[in-house]
Design a protein around this ligand. Structure first.
Ligand code: CLF
Ligand code: SF4
Length: 417
């Protein structure tokens, strides 16, 4: 299916898809999606998603209801607001809250355009659902055209209950990204492909990558510079120079429409591109996640570790501990962030057992690693599907936290299980 002519009209009011529109129309990002299903080597998830943001701690994570209330508040004060985007701080499609937020916003503000940015892993499963919810703008960040290059860009990909690394993970991600782009384009959605340019790693294949996504129906491409972020594997890599990036865009422009006015916005950006007004609106609508103003642990970062315990000192089992203690650690030091109590009086068997486990998993939003002395197969699967590593340990809680980053995952589950 080709693009709906009505969509061409809407594009004229989308600040990212239309360069002329970015000076007169504003966008608002809803930070409702803290979890991610992959780990990029340039991303520290305590910061905003590098696909669609500049580094900086996101101010808050909102519940869908709080996000919709905040839209009402912002819309009154920024009348040229035209687009509601969901771009993190994790991957929108790895968070059910994304879909609920879209539903609420569409119902209350049918005149606003809905926009999503994703790494694409879950896109083949979600494209039709997004379309049915009224989303017509989808950005997919694709940073490699070959699994070999992907293996250098991505640390891991969680798919089918397994954490896949290296070429295996990258190849699953790539094929899902391409399938998702093709499906969205065939539905008549305007697909933009973002590429993070990483000199020495993926710059050699960017022109072919752009050609490929264009052949699948992508509307435009956007080449962003790598932002080296502290604490990531790419912290010491260099960003492309402005001239290198410009030359790359000039080269790719022969094959596809290029976006040249991207501002690499935060996951909670509000306002015109390049004129972020989000600080004016922090905490409007309320923070549904319980995160503090500095946004501790709002992402899904492996270094944010939750340890199951009943006495606060020794590591306990996942399903029978009375609380989780949450820490930030770099492997040497660890800082206590919060305690998450577990209500063991709720039913824990039969059909409701899964609900109980899902509730615990939700209460650990933002934690990328969970340390337990024991865990069943179903809870392992629930955590793996949320992109959370499970590490098995016993004894002292503090020592287990410090060791957590060095220990192997326990969340590898066979597909047939
Ligand atoms: Fe947001 Fe992205 Fe939609 Fe725009 S941002 S979800 S397409 S409404 Fe725009 Fe920001 Fe660049 Fe993204 S300037 S980072 S391209
Ligand atoms: Fe980070 Fe996930 Fe975004 Fe990659 S896709 S930059 S790991 S939040």
């Amino acid at each position: 299916m080709s693009m709906d002519p009505k969509l061409e009209e809407v594009i004229r009011t989308h600040p990212c898809y239309c360069e002329d529109a970015h000076r007169s129309f504003a966008r608002m990002h809803l930070p409702v999606a803290p979890r991610c299903n992959i780990q990029c080597n340039f991303c520290n998830r305590r910061f905003d998603c590098c696909n669609e943001s500049r580094p900086g701690v996101t101010s808050e994570v909102l519940t869908p209801e709080a996000a919709a209330d905040k839209v009402a508040y912002v819309k009154e004060r920024i009348p040229n607001l035209s687009v509601i985007g969901i771009a993190g701080p994790g991957d929108p499609l790895a968070n059910e809250e994304t879909f609920r937020s879209i539903e609420l916003v569409r119902k209350r503000f049918p005149d606003l355009t809905l926009c999503i940015s994703t790494n694409g892993l879950a896109l083949p499963d979600c494209a039709d659902r997004l379309y049915d919810l009224g989303v017509r703008f989808v950005t997919v960040t694709v940073n490699a055209l070959t699994p070999e290059t992907g293996a250098e860009v991505y640390d891991s990909v969680v798919f089918g209950g397994r954490r896949l690394r290296g070429v295996e993970g990258a190849s699953v991600l790539l094929s899902r990204q391409l399938e998702g782009i093709e499906r969205c384009a065939s539905l008549g959605m305007a697909v933009k492909v973002n590429v993070v340019m990483i000199p020495g790693i993926n710059d050699g294949e960017i022109p072919d990558l752009v050609k490929k996504v264009k052949s699948l129906g992508a509307y435009m491409a956007n080449i962003l510079p790598l932002i080296p972020v502290e604490g990531t594997r790419f912290a010491d890599r260099r960003a492309p120079t402005p001239q290198e990036r410009r030359e790359m865009m000039d080269r790719c422009e022969l094959d596809a429409r290029m976006m040249r006015h991207c501002r690499q916005c935060r996951a909670d950006a509000i306002g015109l591109l390049g004129e972020d007004r989000s600080p004016e609106f922090v905490h409007i609508g309320g923070c549904g996640s319980g995160c503090g103003p500095q946004g501790d642990a709002v992402g899904c970062d492996e270094s944010v570790v939750a340890v199951a315990t009943s006495d606060g000192r020794t590591v306990g089992g996942f399903g029978n501990s009375t609380s989780f203690r949450v820490y930030a650690t770099d492997g040497g030091t660890c800082r206590f962030l919060r305690e998450v109590p577990v209500d063991l009086t709720l039913p824990v068997s039969g059909g409701s057992h899964r609900d109980h486990i899902e509730r615990i998993a939700s209460s650990l939003a933002g934690c990328g690693t969970v340390v337990v002395s024991e865990i069943g197969e179903m809870p392992s699967r629930v955590l793996a599907s949320r992109g959370v590593r499970v590490v098995r340990a016993s004894g002292d809680v503090d020592r287990a936290v410090r060791d957590a980053l060095r220990r192997p995952d326990e969340c590898i589950i066979s597909d047939s299980a």
